[in-house]
Design a protein around this ligand. Structure first.
Ligand code: PLP
Length: 449
């Protein structure tokens, strides 16, 4: 049998024999029915049967503190979302070819969270579709093909988008028109450079190379918190010179807010705002409907004029009445429950706690992030900053065994990724820190540090 490609925090099917009986049977059934392309999380996968708030429950009724899932951003099964969806299902659920007030009211409120330059929204079902559309529009507008991404970015799964999603690995080749630049990694900068300088210089070189190969520049697309590159939020503002460079070359800047968006960074609604820049296109998704599939691309209206005149966009389920009802409830709850402020305060509290645990453990090289999007980088303790993915995996799995769910990210899978639903409280943070402390004591491969 060919070994499936690895995924960060992915379950290895070769170890199925050592699983508890029921889990093994479920894993085998899944493999038989769903085939080999899906991946499960954790060395011992979790069978999720129900969830509420920041808690998830397995088939044995065991409770897990969910410090990872960003789709249920206002909390699993939030009653205002479930009520809105259930109610709307009994009244009307149709598509964007009919006039409906709800999509207009929602669009007004959604667009009001963006800088005034971004004035049109197109609804899709997934973040991949939103990025696919963003790139189609960018191609139409610029007439160029070249795309710049970061080295371990993920932007989605369509053929077009997979071509600029390097994190899919060597089995999913990048397009010839795609250039990947290093992530904004403060720890490993060339001597004398700032993050902003380094990013700008790399983008400049990529633009020159794309020009040399006849591709020109269509767009620079970046996840505003560089989720799959390993979570990079600081120093705020480092994207500004990059975007200036992209605009000078005639390209567009697409902010991928599919993971970091909807207030998670704690400073405002959108990650790009931390950098003091205004994108040409923004894509959003994942948390938008708290689990009901809805995503969108938000445009400077002038970009859509020609595209819209020549090409119609119809997405059967994108922006349907029920999805919009869910999205409206999410937007309302984020505001009414002060969840952006909660992300800011609890995120800072949790990061401080993590920094406390990192003190004296040199192998936790950096705790970083913004709001409730946090990364903790695990390396060797010998001063070489060599990424230690296996140790990070042990920590993730140790927490899972103790009933706390996180995951990992980065090209080496060595960055603990903590990204809980936004109602995560200081008490939840304490529990995470307590369990993590006990895992770190157990896993410490560098006892002298
Ligand atoms: C940054 C980013 N962009 C786009 C996508 C694609 O979104 P979807 O899975 O909804 O197609 C993802 C999904 O993980 C993502 O993390």
């Amino acid at each position: 049998m060919v070994n499936p490609p690895t995924m960060v925090n992915g379950f290895d099917p070769a170890s199925a024999a050592s699983l508890p009986e029921r889990t093994r049977a479920q894993v085998e059934r899944r493999e038989r029915l769903l085939g080999p392309t899906y991946r499960l999380f954790y060395a011992t996968p979790v069978e999720a049967v129900r969830a509420e708030g920041v808690y998830l429950y397995d088939a044995d009724g065991r409770e897990y503190l969910d410090a990872y899932n960003n789709v249920p951003c206002v909390g699993h099964c939030h009653p205002r979302v479930t009520d809105a969806v259930a109610r709307q299902m009994t009244v009307l659920n149709t598509n964007t070819r009919y006039i409906q007030d709800s999509i207009l009211a929602y669009s007004e409120q959604l667009l009001a969270t963006f800088p005034h330059e971004l004035g049109n929204v197109t609804y899709t079902c997934t973040g991949s579709e939103a990025n696919d559309l963003a790139m189609r529009v960018a191609r139409y507008h610029t007439g160029s093909d070249g795309i710049i991404v970061t080295a371990n970015a993920y932007h989605g799964l369509t053929s077009t988008v997979a071509e600029f999603s390097p994190s899919l690995g060597s089995g999913s080749p990048l397009g010839p028109h795609v250039r990947a630049i290093d992530a904004p990694d403060e720890l490993r900068l060339p001597p004398g450079q700032t993050v902003a300088d380094y990013m700008r210089d790399q983008v400049r070189a990529a633009i020159a190379d794309l020009a040399r190969h006849g591709f020109g520049l269509r767009a620079f697309i970046a996840d505003s918190i560089f989720s799959s590159d390993g979570v990079y939020a600081h120093p705020a503002g480092f994207l500004r010179p990059v975007v200036d460079e992209v605009h000078r070359a005639g390209g567009l800047y697409i902010a991928d807010e599919v993971q970091p968006g909807f207030g998670r960074n704690g400073d405002g609604w959108w990650g790009f705002q931390r950098h003091g820049i205004v994108p040409d296109i923004v894509t959003v998704g994942k948390p938008m409907g708290n689990g009901i599939p809805i995503a969108a691309a938000i445009f400077r209206p002038e970009l859509l004029t020609e595209f819209g005149a020549n090409i119609r966009y119809f997405n059967t389920f994108g922006g349907n009445t029920v999805s919009i009802a869910a999205a409206q409830a999410v937007l309302d709850v984020i505001g009414d429950e002060g969840l952006i402020e909660n992300a800011r305060t609890v995120g800072a509290y949790l990061r401080d706690g993590l920094k406390g645990l990192a003190a004296g453990r040199e192998w936790i090289a950096q705790v970083r992030g913004a709001g409730l999007f946090i990364g903790a980088e695990i390396t060797t303790a010998d001063g070489t900053l060599t990424p230690d993915g296996p140790l990070a995996a042990n920590i993730v799995n140790g927490l899972r065994e103790r009933g706390v769910l996180i995951s990992a990210s980065g090209p080496h899978g060595n960055v603990l990724k903590i990204r809980p639903p936004l109602p995560f409280s200081a008490r939840d943070a304490d529990r995470l820190l307590e369990e993590l402390a006990s895992v770190l004591d157990e896993e410490n491969p560098w006892p002298s540090t």
